[in-house]
Design a protein around this ligand. Sequence first.
Ligand SMILES: [Zn+2]
Length: 112
Amino acid sequence: MPTADRLAVQILRCHRCGTLDAGPRLLCPKCHAAALEAQEVDGAGTLLSWTVIRRAPARLKSLVPYAVCVVDLDAGVRVTGRLQSFEGDFAPGARVRCVAREGAVAIFSTEA
Ligand SMILES: [Zn+2]
């Protein structure tokens, strides 16, 4: 469950088959039912990979440089988000947690 030091991440769950998906999408990727509903899951997970963006589209230029990351949430779904900081000593496999949300974007930080 989310705690004071980590936030939930919003994903999609299929009403028919229970599949979790990062979305956004209209149909379940497994059973193709139009039965997806938003659900929040715990924001703890494992960092799979990241890339640093140094040339961004106009609407994101104020964030440059920033790191887009892929996280396998403990809830069993793979999501993309941003790393709060990409300085420091961490590697794929590092434990991360969601510490902020900007609209639909989850911001992750490595666990201390
Ligand atoms: Zn389904």
